[in-house]
Structure formats: C-alpha cells, structure tokens
Design a protein around this ligand. Structure first.
Ligand code: NAD
Length: 370
C-alpha cells in the first residue's frame, strides 16, 4: 500500500510561494513516479496570514502543524509589513511555530556543490564537496536566560545583563539529536563550547561526553573551543562532519559555515522537536533565505534551497534516504549541466528562471528514476 505522509506547506511571502511551487512539482512527481503518497495541506504564515487572518500565525495553523508529520515553510516578511508593531510582524509567525512546537534543535547543513566551488570566498580546493551539518541548540542559552535587562544607575551609567543558563535535559536532548543524525552520516560529532571560561560550557562538555559514553559508543566525539572552531571552519572546514553547539555559538558558526558555500539560494535548514506519539518528531523545514522582496514575482528566485529543504524532510522526518539523495543528486546534475538562476550566474553558464530550474530538476529526477 502507498504510505501517506502528512505535509503542511506554509509558503509565506515574497519568493516563498514561488520556490514552494517547485517543491509541489517534485511532490507531484514523487506521487506519479515513485508511488509515494503525500497528503498535502496548505496554510498561511507571515504577512500573508496577517492580511487574511489578522495574525502572523493563527491557532488553527499551529494545530494543523502539530497534526502534520512535517511542515515545509517558504519565507516570511516584506516591506508591506515593516511598519507594524514588533509583536505582530510576519517574523513573529516563525518564532511562534518554533516555540509552540518546542523545536529545540536547529540543523544547518553547509554543502558545497562542486559546480559552485568557485563561488565560495575560500579557495575552491578547501571547500569542494564540503558536507558538514551544524546542530544548534535553539530554545535555551543566553538568548532566553533570565534575568535579562538594561538597568539605569543613579549616576546615569547603565548595566546590561543577560544570563547564560543550560540544564542537563536541555543539553542531553539536543546532543541526542546530533548523535542520532551522526548515525545517518559519518558517525563523527565535534561538540563546541567555551569550557575554558564558562561553567555552562563545562556542564555542556561533561553532559555530552556522558551521553556519548552511555548510549552512543559507536560515535566518535571530540570537543573544541568555539574560538578555535571559528578558525578551523576557515582553515580546514572538511575536517568536520557534525558540529554540535549551543544557541549563541551556533548562531554565529552556522552563518560563518553558510558563507563557505557562497550562496543563500542553495541553503536548506530544519528545526526539530521532541518525538510525539506517532514516533515522529515535530519538524519544520525551511530554506535559510528570506522572502527576497527585491526579486519577488519576477521568476528570478533560486528554488534549489527549497528543493534541498524538501530533501531534508524526506531524510529526517520520513527516513526516505534514497529519495532524498535523488533530489540532492538532481540538484547537482542541473548545476553540472550549466544551468544557473540569476543569484549564482557565472560567465559562460545558462541563466534560467525559477520554474525552468524546477523543470530541469524534474528532468534530472526522471533520468535518475529510469
Ligand atoms: P533575504 O534572504 O530575503 O535576501 C537577501 C538577498 O539574497 C537578496 O538580495 C535576495 O534577492 C537574495 N536571495 C535570497 N534568497 C534568494 C533565492 N532563493 N534566490 C535568489 N536570490 C535570493 O534577506 P533580507 O533581504 O535581509 O530580508 C528580506 C525579508 O525576508 C525581510 O522581511 C526579512 O525579515 C525576511 N527574512 C525572513 C527569513 C525567513 O523567513 N526565515 C529569513 C531572513 C529574512
């Protein structure tokens, strides 16, 4: 019998709907050619939800997200909503879905496609075929710790306070995600902290090591200070497989790593939560890029980040590894054919529109399926 996977699509704003259309074509292709049934529902988030429902993410959409096996998100935001109060801005929809689904693990792959190695700011040899995954703790640490304030003293000087706090369960649950993902990859995790200075990092290092020793002896675990990791990512990024780190370090390192790949239009990401009754984890998959209002509606958006995001959903929510690999290979193939959207265009290559790129990926999938 054809399995049915429940997907909720939240295309959002700007180029979000455009790139999501190309994902829909691949979903349809999988139904026809691979006999994989997806039950696909649509919802609103961001500015589109503000316009239609008066809020960047409605309770009903949150409830539908919780009933889905995975949520695929496009992007949110745009100038139309820039003057709204912070609390009702499109971006609040993103924060709300992460919070309500308790998505504590952020996955940011940095993969360099051989055909685009020259687009990196590093030498092509250093990054060609790079494939690392950063697992960042997303709901704890210094961004959420209390107290946090700016105090004004009697003499007019001020004092800013943030609190870096982690508990054993917060560390262990994200470390568990990293170790489980490592079993689907090269079985190597590098945990990054600042244990030479911070008590929270000492705790982080001890808890990660204990969990590995108790449950994941098959995984090679190393530890690295964050300042060294920032250097190593530039010096020799291919030494890493999975980098596991806290919220703030991960925020910075994942942006650094994404620049190694040279293009925002190529980067997928995922946020994972706890396993629920179905055995699946709550999960939201989204390209790293935003709604790109400067190019929206012109057929210029690169759909590959969104397609690679869908591949991540197949891999991490549905264990459809072969199908995920096929989509990734198809994305490699279209680049090898010399096809480029405007954002990654180079001299001598063939510039195509969003839908032409999507069509080329479908043709590549056809070839891979025969
Ligand atoms: P952006 O990622 O939207 O765009 C940055 C630059 O990259 C732009 O020049 C854009 O044209 C280009 N770009 C981005 N994605 C592309 C793609 N797939 N193909 C081709 N070119 C692409 O970031 P921004 O301009 O800082 O923000 C625009 C809006 O998006 C803002 O409202 C911001 O708040 C929002 N935003 C949303 C998310 C999200 O939904 N996760 C993330 C970042 C920014």
């Amino acid at each position: 019998m054809t399995p049915t996977h429940k997907l909720l699509l939240l295309p959002g704003d700007g180029i979000g709907p455009e790139v999501m259309n190309e994902v829909r074509r691949v979903i349809d292709w999988m139904g026809m050619r691979r006999d994989v049934g997806f039950e696909v529902a649509d919802g609103l988030i961001g500015g589109a939800a503000i316009d239609a429902e008066g809020t960047p993410l409605s309770d009903e959409t949150v409830a539908r997200a919780k009933e889905s096996d995975a949520v695929l998100l496009g992007a949110v935001g745009g100038p139309k909503w820039d003057n709204l109060e912070f609390d009702i801005r499109p971006e609040r929809g993103l924060l709300r879905i992460r919070k309500d689904l308790n998505l504590f693990a952020n996955l940011r792959p940095a993969v360099v496609f051989a055909a685009l190695a020259d687009a990196s700011s590093l030498k092509a040899d250093l990054v060609r075929d790079l494939d690392i995954l950063i697992v960042r703790e997303l709901t704890g640490g210094i961004y959420f710790g209390k107290p946090s304030s700016i105090e004004v003293h009697a003499d007019g000087t001020r004092r800013g306070v943030n609190t870096l706090v982690y508990t054993t369960p917060e560390i262990r649950r994200v470390a568990r995600v990293a170790f489980e993902l490592a079993r689907m990859r090269d079985r190597r995790v590098c945990s990054v902290d600042k244990a030479n200075v911070l008590e929270t990092s000492v705790l982080w290092r001890e808890e990660v090591q204990r969990l590995r020793d108790a449950n994941y002896a098959d995984i090679e675990l190393s530890h690295m200070y964050v300042d060294n990791c920032a250097m190593q990512l530039i010096r020799d990024p291919k030494q890493f497989d999975i980098i596991l780190t806290d919220n703030m370090f991960g925020d910075i390192l994942s942006d650094e790593a994404s620049m190694l790949t040279g293009s925002l239009g190529m980067l997928p990401s995922a946020c994972l939560g706890d396993a629920v009754a179905t055995g699946r984890r709550f999960a939201v998959y989204e390209p790293v890029h935003g709604s790109a209002p400067d190019i929206a509606g012109q057929g210029l958006a690169n759909p590959l980040a969104a397609l690679l995001t869908f591949a991540m959903a197949l891999r991490y929510s549905f264990e459809m590894i072969a199908d995920a690999e096929n989509i990734e290979t198809a994305c490699h193939d279209v680049l090898d054919e010399g096809l480029r959207t405007a954002d990654i265009m180079e001299v001598g290559k063939n510039q195509v529109s969003t839908s032409e790129m999507g069509a080329a990926v479908l043709r590549a999938l056809d070839r891979l399926a025969t």
